[in-house]
Design a protein around this ligand. Structure first.
Ligand code: TYM
Length: 338
């Protein structure tokens, strides 16, 4: 049986948080053995909003180190930096030329993000096309992402289908978004009605960042917004969103089912106990990750080697795909004898 192809990506930023970990990275690591995987640090996507060059460089390497520290195994998965593989930017242009503008203007992330910027860059609008190329140039069957990226993967499917229809081909594989059942949308700890997000993570209390110290993690959980009740159970009630979020985090980290989670808190004395207990399991889960991350960052050799090998492997797959796409679209290939 041929293994399923998996592609997923993450933007480099020092604000990588528990939502990124539970909704994406941890699942990539947990499921990598049975699949052929490509995990990409999408630095080109980060350029869609202004960046400090030195900081971007640092955070891109740090993000790659974090993926390895979270258990992504370079023997089983190809880990690489998007800008190291030119097929992504080249192929994005080709996809741009078959993607209607209206499809991009409808994206909810574009609408949200552009509303928060004074000057909106073209790249921000084009962002989902770059993402579509990431996925399509690897013939990915599955795209494991958090809930917030589902619309972009659906757009990827639309772009692939449009290309296949326009050129009467089955060139692109139509990928499936794979969303977690638990922690697909981790909410902000300061406001459980909004998604935990990197752009808000500078605000103390909003997010737990993967590289936060144990003291900081405890502080943030202790301040988490809940409600005026006392009952610790999962509830489909917007007033209980804070407690639900804490229980969801606990459930995802411990891997227990809902009944077992509620049983763990049967004798808890109110929300104070809940917050401390959730903080403890998160601190313990992050401790080995932080230690491994520090090791990888201290000695750049191992990381550089993994990223160079990853880029070479990624090029082997994506460049021929983009070359073939160019030919399908009518571009003249380089003559093989010159
Ligand atoms: P990014 O970097 O914003 O997020 C990385 C992953 O984390 C998930 N995520 C969450 N999951 C649960 N709860 C949350 N609060 C939460 N916040 C973020 C995201 O859904 C994502 O899976 N455009 C993408 C990166 C990308 C990509 C790709 C993904 C570029 N090319 C190709 C898949 C395939 C992004 O900005 O993710």
């Amino acid at each position: 049986m041929t293994k399923k192809r998996v592609f997923s990506g993450i933007q480099p930023t020092g604000n990588t948080h528990l939502g990124n970990y539970l909704g994406a990275i941890r699942r990539w690591a947990a499921e990598q053995a049975d699949k052929t995987n490509f995990f990409c640090v999408v630095d080109l996507h980060s350029l869609t909003v202004p960046q400090d060059p030195a900081q971007l460089r640092h955070e891109t390497r740090s993000m790659a180190a974090l993926l390895l520290a979270c258990g992504i195994d370079p023997q089983q998965s190809t880990v690489f930096i998007q800008s190291h593989v030119t097929a992504h930017a080249e192929g994005c242009w080709l996809l741009n030329c078959i993607t209607p503008l209206g499809w991009l203007q409808r994206m909810t992330q574009f609408k949200d993000k552009s509303a928060r910027q004074e000057s909106v860059l073209t790249g921000l609008l084009d962002y989902p096309v770059l993402m579509a190329g990431d996925i399509l140039f690897y013939d990915a069957d599955e795209v494991p992402v958090g809930e917030d990226q589902k619309q972009h993967v659906e757009l990827t499917r639309d772009i692939a289908q449009r290309f296949n229809a326009l050129y009467e081909t089955e060139f692109f594989v139509i990928p499936q978004p794979v969303i977690a059942k638990v922690a697909a949308r981790v909410m902000g700890l300061d406001d459980p009605t909004v998604k935990m997000s990197k752009s808000l993570a500078d605000k103390r209390g909003h997010a737990v960042k993967l590289l936060d110290s144990p003291d900081e993690i405890l502080y943030v959980f202790k301040r988490a917004v809940t409600d005026s009740g006392r009952e610790i159970r999962f509830a489909d009630d917007p007033d209980k969103a804070g407690v639900n979020n804490l229980l969801g985090i606990y459930q995802a980290v411990t891997g227990q089912d809902r009944a077992a989670v509620e049983a763990d808190f049967a004798s808890a004395r109110g929300y104070g106990d809940l917050k401390v207990r959730v903080a403890e399991v998160v601190i313990e889960a992050l401790r080995p990750i932080q230690a491994r991350h520090a090791e990888l960052m201290a000695d750049s050799g191992e990381l550089d080697h993994v990223l160079a090998a990853g880029a070479a492997r990624a090029r082997e797959v994506s460049q021929p795909k983009v070359d073939e796409m160019k030919q399908i679209m009518g571009l003249v290939p380089v003559h093989p004898t010159f």
